[in-house]
Design a protein around this ligand. Sequence first.
Ligand SMILES: [Fe+2]
Length: 385
Amino acid sequence: MPFYHKLGNIPPKRHTIFRKPNGDLYYEQLFGTIGFDGMSTNSYHEHRPTQVKEIRKQYSVQPKIAKANNMQSYRFRGFQVPPEADYLESRKVVLTNSDCNIILAAPQESTRDYFYKNTDADELIFIHKGTGKLRTMLGNLDFKYGDYLLVPRGIIYKLDFDTDDNRLFIVESYRPIYTPKRYRNWFGQLLEHSPFCERDIRRPYELETNDEKGEFLIKVKKQGDIFEMIYATHPFDVIGYDGYNYPYAFSIHDFEPITGRIHQPPPVHQTFETDAFVVCSFVPRLYDYHPESIPAPYNHSNIDSDEVLYYVDGDFMSRNDIDAGHISLHPAGIPHGPHPGAVERSIGQTETEELAVMVDTFKPLQVTEEAMKIADEDYFKSWLE
Ligand SMILES: [Fe+2]
């Protein structure tokens, strides 16, 4: 996150002597991205963060592809993904390409026996159902319905749920996920026209410092495999850190919609950007106020991006027969638009309660076997009159 953040105790000067009360040195770790050019964090540990005892197992979690080259619009009924006790096992990749995985998960239990680290991908976790705490080596974040949790690659974390009925929509991105550059000035401050500001970004608090030795399992994801690595010291042993690279939370309910006299295009809803896809938030808002305006979108041909919409809540104005937890996939190459009746229905409406997350990928998405289990095969005919 491009704001400076400091938590816990750090020495006044980096790369200098910093001692524990007993006189021993703390162990400094520079945690950087994009070599030494990206955002980084400088953290101080009770123990060396390098003490691997054992690599127990290695296994693939690559999704199985049902349709590698897809030209069909789909609806997927996300809440039909069955709940599973374990967080990692509950994660089902439904759509994938070489830049990202789009995942649905309904974990019932907190991660207790292990820690998790994704070395390849930033994870954007949208909380549709459930409350709890994201616990990381760089501090904790409380989460609830409507939160986006951004966990940069390499951050060791756990999810603690207060609830057992949890629904998550996750984008695992091999490209770094940032907030849109056009919302920031030359200094990195969010501009007045940005739909969110610094006050809306929640940074980690409650740093956990565990000075413990033993056997600690970290499930490390790398290149589609999970490596079960045993470390000799507790992964959450940071006494303090500062820098720019840390997890953060942002609530979709804090996204301030940009509206106009006539229909505004999807970029006004943009919340996150990468160089491989964008993420947009469709939130309750007043409709267009030109006296002749048509609030429903026009037909559009997203010729070079696949459009994934995850429906969260409210009545989605342009679609018929769409419920919470559904995903629509409109592939690149063919036009799509409002369902029959939606344009007429929208005329004269003054506001919408819709809540949805959109992911537009610039490379085509492959449809997985997990997705086909919850697919509506006839959705592509839903525009027929
Ligand atoms: Fe669209």
